[in-house]
Design a protein around this ligand. Structure first.
Ligand SMILES: O=C(O)CCC(=O)C(=O)O
Length: 287
């Protein structure tokens, strides 16, 4: 009896269900490819890159005003979330104000280069570090995928400054080039190499999931507001369960890029399918 074997190059493995619903991955507004090359080189070299003032100040102020209204009265539940840090979770179910930050063309352009097509949003949070907060334990974001380092990143993240990030108000701290490390945790000598990401509001830092970083201590008298979006490869589990946290009607209000990153997309041939079909069908059925 002759057995048939699925070939690695078969069209089935590449296209999956993407006939009616062609992927919109990589179709965002064009960005200057020379600028992308420069940023991409820096990202691969240092593990992070700062995108200076990429969101206009008026837009940041408008979004911040809305987010400040949504901040909870309570702070984090442990030293990692920060006992003097307010966090908004399930952001998309509460407001769409952060979506333009999540799908900024320059961010998607860079993610297109460091993650596979149809990468996903892994989580979206708002983080407000209050005066007196201690520094957050250093960590790397994809540490919960139990695959030993050194290894490629399984995700990437942005932290968007909604206030100026200064040396003393809780600016994110990074250890440059730590994305290439093996599995060791930062030593005191490594920690001495950490630097705060000082940037004006409207800027963001984009880093790979293997880069050691953390929220800084806030020694100032004002709070530090940030939006952070984490993205992941299309074949790992998202941290936020968007299928449950974002109702279909809400997802229908989002752009095609956001819908794709929330999970209305397929990683060929069929990761993400619903009832054997492309998940975008559900959005059509609700409209
Ligand atoms: O708030 C920050 O600057 C970093 C936060 C962070 O890395 C986290 O909560 O995982």
């Amino acid at each position: 009896m002759s057995q048939r074997v699925l070939s690695g190059g078969s069209d089935y493995l590449k296209s999956g269900y993407a006939k009616t619903y062609q992927s919109t991955a990589g179709t965002q507004e064009a960005v200057d490819s020379a600028e992308l090359d420069r940023l991409h080189d820096g990202l691969l070299r240092d593990g992070y890159v700062i995108l200076q003032r990429i969101v206009p100040e008026e837009q940041i102020d408008r979004i911040s005003a809305e987010l400040r209204e949504l901040l909870p009265d309570s702070c984090g539940r442990n030293g990692f979330e920060g006992t003097l840090t307010q966090r908004i979770y399930a952001v998309i179910s509460k407001t769409l104000a952060c979506n333009p930050l999540v799908e900024h063309p320059l961010v998607l352009g860079l993610l297109d280069r460091v993650l596979a097509p149809n990468y996903l949003l892994s989580q979206l949070q708002v983080i407000n570090i209050l005066p007196g907060e201690r520094s957050q334990p250093l960590h790397h974001d994809d540490a919960f995928y139990p695959v030993p380092r050194p290894r490629p990143h399984y995700g990437a993240a942005t932290i968007i400054a909604m206030d100026d990030f200064t040396a003393d108000n809780g600016a994110t701290v990074v250890i440059p080039r730590s994305h290439t490390w093996d599995g060791h945790a930062p030593t005191p000598e490594d920690c001495a190499q950490s630097i705060p990401v000082i940037m004006p509001k409207g800027s963001m830092v984009l880093f790979l999931g293997t880069l050691w970083h953390g929220g800084g201590a806030n020694h100032s008298t004002a709070s530090r507001l940030a939006v952070t979006a984490q993205y992941c490869e299309p074949w790992v589990r998202q941290q936020e369960n968007f299928s449950l946290s974002v109702p279909l009607a809400r997802a229908s209000e989002c752009s095609a890029h956001m819908q794709r990153m929330l999970g209305y997309s397929i990683h060929p041939p069929f990761m993400g399918m619903v009832n054997g079909m492309h998940p975008r069908r559900l959005l059509d059925e609700t409209s």
